[in-house]
Design a protein around this ligand. Sequence first.
Ligand SMILES: *Cc1c(COP(=O)(O)O)cnc(C)c1O
Length: 362
Amino acid sequence: MINVTKSYLPDLDEYVEHLKGIWDRVYLTNNGPLSLRLEQELRDYLGVKHLWFCSNGTIVLQMAIKALGITKEVITTPFSYCATTHTIIWEQCTPVFADIRPEDYTIDPTQIERQITENTEAIMATHVYGNPCQIEAIQRIADKHHLKVIYDGAHAFGATYQGKSVLSYGDISTCSFHATKVFHTVEGGLITCQTDEMANQLSLYRSFGHRNDDYIDIGINAKNSEVHAAMGLCNLPKVPDLIAAREERFGWYDSLLDWSRLSKPTRMGDLEYNYAYYPVVFRSEAQMLGVRDALNAVGVYPRRYFYPSLNTLPFVQKLSGRSLQPCPVSEDIALRVLCLPLYPDLAQADAERISRVINENL
Ligand SMILES: *Cc1c(COP(=O)(O)O)cnc(C)c1O
């Protein structure tokens, strides 16, 4: 069976070495030495000053909304994983959808401007498939209208834009270290921000809002454990090789698929890409489903990322007290897109077989 992704696992002996240290110290969580070391290595690798290792890529979005004091409308993308929208609603804010760009499926700045009201407080955008949003245009809009910018960078680990980590932009950026992502700690995530003050606030939120006997604010538990940090310490040094292996497999699909009958999103200039996903867009949903069935029949399981377009979810409309906010581009792409299997040890013969099945069913 070939799935859309396959988690990278480090050498077991290397992981066990870390576990032995954990067993010796009997120190399992709450900013233990492995978590602190991973955070420092992540700061060095990403080149960001303020960064916290957290328990997943969803709670960090909730922390971002809370820490920026957002309580009203958040302009967001309908083309993302459901967590992006859910966290906005979970934090009692209202998601207002701005449609995406047809070229690369990131949120469209001109559509953002159209959705601004006196209640707009923030923009929450996703770097789709690791390709950055229109960062400069979004920042200009945010500055003009005094809005905060949160980037869901769950796909963007290891990607750099204009020589800086894609995770270093906006007021707050987040990432997911879930087992399916380019870099993972089994479960995990990170949050980055721009100021000492915000970093301090986020660290408080991560640990119940108190430091020892000083109870300072409300908080939540978003810490991660030594066992997860150990996985991160094993995997982080491998990231450049993992990305290189992904790039090679990306090239195989690029050359094998029949582009006269398929399309794919463009990528930003001045980007060092992380090759996180391999999306392919078909001519119609029926064609995509036909290809998916043909792949499933030979044991290949691509995924519909992203589907459905989040603005169309009935419970999202109900909970935010709004009728459907149409986003025709996102709704259209969501019906036709499929992400193909892509992971560092995908065999060339499998990429060839997958490409053949796709081309034969177009
Ligand atoms: C994976 C993902 C998340 C959620 O991350 P978890 O670590 O699984 O909580 C959020 N947003 C996007 C875009 C994702 O792909």
